[in-house]
Design a protein around this ligand. Structure first.
Ligand code: NAP
Length: 490
């Protein structure tokens, strides 16, 4: 498979056929960030997107609409079982994006288990029908002959899913599965640096023979004119940077054409250590571990990763010491295929440069590097980096996302101050609160909930059972207000 991706362009699957552009003039070469070897060549030049949209509207919608919600949910379960049997292929390919075994567990296994959960919810919580009723009927006439009732039906168009580079499998499956169950055909557009993994995933899904014709199409490569072909019937689910989200949100077909647009963008997720916690309390260790995990899992390339550690002033130095020691003893940067290496590279040299420039911005704003730094490792590898901010109000620490293994530590005195600092992120996907005091938990929770899609509480009781700060759960909302995009992906 690798050889063919180097020799040819990563194919797209449109209008029922695998296609590559004829004689493209703009090709992006994708390198394995660990070895530098070119692993894929990408171009979407000249692909007939308008025809693919029509094909989804005609063939895909018709085929999906013939099935009930339960029938579609069952297909998602069958598909998840099929992918489970083929996950080694996906894991091997994902290593070429810099993802190691632990990262793939989140992306590949996480994507498949999300399908199981969504399928199960479709069958248990939704009717075996074509529409979903919302609430009880409202009775308008005394004899009950004239009533009103809300129902949910499928949107009349298609679902377009534009994904970020960091989760080529999970990111695609967690959007595709609910769209499919809702009876809406998908056109998936993965990000160029890791789209070759999504291409392999789509190929497996189509080869399974489980999907009705037209229900899934794939664009491999940049498709800047994608929204030009959509209108009020369609839904676009975007995941990526706040900057791209804003560009797409301003598209004429969104503003005036009525495309339903939902965005999951970046966010400056916070983790608050409670004022009740002492250095020898189990919560202190749980907090240190949580920040460590978020920094090192996917080398910090997670939209949910903790970017701001908000810590009582008296624990700032002990926390930095404990986190530094943990990073020092546990992080072995190296090739994702090397079982002894515990953290892979960033996805590309460009991404590494982006993170370095974000770190520089944080330094210029008053952040002091107390561990790691941009100059510590070579190639696409980035050393875990801790910055300490003496000025908790510095604007950059609440607005600059370094999309890598980087955390900023900010001190505070009173719980209300921690709440105000967390809110300065202007809307995030998730925040953690680590305290063993119920009243404090309620105070922090009430204060920050409206600024976050999810608030994760951690203490000695759930430290072992919690799935962690950064794991979106298919049962709960994934998304957040404000800067996080304002959408609800799950
Ligand atoms: P990005 O540069 O914004 O790109 C995201 C996607 O948008 C890619 O598929 C990209 O395609 C596409 N795109 C860019 N410009 C477009 C346009 N004008 N028209 C149509 N599509 C366009 O983000 P990224 O670098 O892939 O991902 C990293 C960012 O995503 C981080 O900031 C992270 O916080 C955020 N993220 C958020 C979540 C979440 O759930 N909230 C999850 C993961 C990542 P090309 O690659 O082909 O340019």
């Amino acid at each position: 498979m690798t050889t063919s991706l180097i020799d040819t362009i990563v194919p797209s699957f449109l209008s029922g056929k695998w296609l590559t552009p004829d004689n493209p003039t703009r090709i992006t070469e994708v390198a394995d960030p660990s070895t530098g070897e070119i692993v894929a060549r990408v171009s979407a030049e000249g692909l007939d997107i308008a025809a693919a949209v029509d094909y989804a509207r005609d063939i895909g919608r018709k085929n999906l609409q013939e099935l009930t919600i339960h029938e579609r949910s069952l297909k998602i379960k069958e598909l998840a079982m099929y992918l489970q049997d083929h996950r080694d292929e996906l894991n091997a390919l994902a290593h070429k994006t810099g993802a190691n075994k632990r990262d793939n567990f989140v992306d590949v296994d996480g994507g498949i288990s999300t399908m199981f959960t969504i399928s199960s919810k479709g069958r248990r919580e939704m009717p075996n029908a074509h529409v979903v009723t919302d609430g009880e009927p409202e009775v308008f006439s005394k004899d009950g002959s004239f009533i009103g009732r809300h129902i949910y039906t499928t949107i009349p168009g298609i679902a377009v899913q534009i994904n970020a580079f960091n989760f080529p499998v999970w990111g695609m499956l967690e959007k595709f599965a609910p769209s499919f169950i809702a009876g809406v055909p998908s056109i998936v557009k993965p990000a160029t640096p890791t789209g070759f993994v999504t291409q392999a995933l789509v190929r497996l899904m189509l080869e399974s023979g489980i999907l009705p014709e037209g229900s899934l199409q794939l664009i491999s490569g940049s498709a800047r004119d994608l929204l030009d072909h959509l209108d009020f019937r369609d839904h676009v689910a975007f995941t990526g940077s706040a900057q791209t989200a804003n560009t797409l949100r301003a598209h004429e077909n969104v503003l005036e054409g009525g495309i339903q647009f939902s965005a999951e963008a970046d966010s400056l997720n916070a983790a608050i250590l409670g004022t009740d916690v002492t250095e020898d309390a189990p919560e202190f260790e749980a907090y240190t571990k949580a920040v460590f995990n978020e920094m090192t899992s996917k080398a910090g390339q997670k939209c949910t990763a903790i970017r701001r550690a908000i810590v009582p002033h008296n624990l700032v130095e002990p926390f930095i010491a404990a986190l530094s020691q943990r990073l020092e003893s546990k992080v072995v940067p190296g090739d994702p295929r090397d079982e002894n290496a515990t953290m892979g590279p960033l996805v590309s040299i460009e991404q590494r440069d982006d993170v370095a420039s974000a770190v520089q911005k944080l330094i210029d704003a008053g952040g002091e590097v107390v561990y790691g730094g941009a100059d510590k490792l070579d190639g696409a590898f980035f050393a875990p980096t801790i910055l300490r901010f003496d000025d908790a109000e510095a604007e950059a620490v609440h607005s600059t996302e370094a999309f890598g293994p980087v955390v900023s530590v900010i001190g505070y005195n009173e719980p209300t101050e921690a709440v105000e600092l967390a809110a300065k992120g202007a809307g995030s996907l998730v925040a953690s609160v680590i305290t063993h005091d119920d009243e404090l938990a309620a105070l922090y929770g009430r204060g920050i909930a409206a600024y976050h899609g999810r608030v994760h509480f951690l203490d000695r009781v759930d430290a072992k059972t919690s799935t962690g700060h950064g794991s979106p759960l298919p049962h709960l909302v994934h998304g957040g207000p404000g800067r996080a995009g304002g959408g609800e992906e799950l």
